[in-house]
Design a protein around this ligand. Sequence first.
Ligand code: PLP
Length: 400
Amino acid sequence: MRDWIKLEQQYFMDTGHRRLGITVVRGEGVTVWDETGREYLDFIAGWAACSLGHCHPVIVNALEEQGGRLILAGYDVYTIPQIELAELLASASGLDKVFFCNSGAEANEGAVKLARKYGKLHLKGAYDVISALRGFHGRTLAMVAATGKPESHKYFTPLPEGFTHVPFDDVPALRAAAKEQTCAILLEPIQGEGGVRIPDDAYLKEVRRLCDERGLLLILDEVQTGCGRTGTLWGHEQFDVKPDIMTLGKGLGGGVPIGAILVNERAACFGPGDHGSTFGGNALCTAVAAAVFRYILAEDLSGNAARMGAYFRERLWDLQGKYEAVKEVRGRGLLVALEFHVPIALPFAQACRELGLLTNPLPPHTIRFMPPLTIRPHDVDRAIEIVEAAIKRTTSQDSS
Ligand code: PLP
């Protein structure tokens, strides 16, 4: 067998952490297999993108059907899957217009461009976007600037200007930061990469109020929280607010690359030539995303995420009562974090992998779980068995 890890080290730029150290060759449902045939329960699911699990028949059929008919036709013509997906998303979100691109970062870039144009047209040239510390919006240059992790800026300066950061879940800080040059506020409803941070129930309503008072646009980055992940179709439903702009990615495509910007009439100020993308809205990915989205609605996968997430968190909290190392459990739906008192995220995730469960370490203290929205109670039970064994192995504490 070829040594895939050595070959990657030879040919691939060293950007991936590859913290789990296995080569995955096949997936079905919530299970993946490595090249030796070993099986793992996958609670990473392509960083929350594989919303229906791996190689779901709905996705495979849509790929086969659309792949044999039309893959990409270009921007000068209309294509039906794109229009159908736009209609589906608009009616499910209450927003009015959609633009398709290829990733979450690209969706956020487009949203910021749109907000800047809005600022030029309606806010006397205001251009600044306020976002939150510990937020994450992607890895393009402007999204590195928008992302509130100053430590990830240092090698990439000069970054695009016009981004201001404030602490998350802090209304006075946001009010103080909103100035004449502010055109929009960009936030995740729940910070995902930042460790599954859930704001106070009133926070987003206060942000909405501020935006309404000042005429600013509220951009909610639902790349991770959208499409059922947090137990409702959209994360913002849980906070009883509506954005002017919502960005999507990840779970929308169930594993194929797609991003989307959804906007209300007020914000829909792009005109011909303002924005575009060669692959954005291609027939193949939009057909798959439409099939995925219809399945999420028809099977009420948001409801399943809510129920399975509640069960999973309850079982994780039981472990907190048994093992000193476990500090807390956070999450909504199937976006779940387990935090330790001690910096064992990496060895813990490696122990889980050895025992047959893939988890996402956010070192030093936190583990994130983002399983497919289709999981069942027996998947949760199996994951809990492994998590408990991995805690024992990593902390050398037996349950008390
Ligand atoms: N926004 C959020 C909230 C994300 O979690 C991510 C990815 O993790 C992104 C944007 C970037 O998405 P992509 O990796 O598809 O560019």
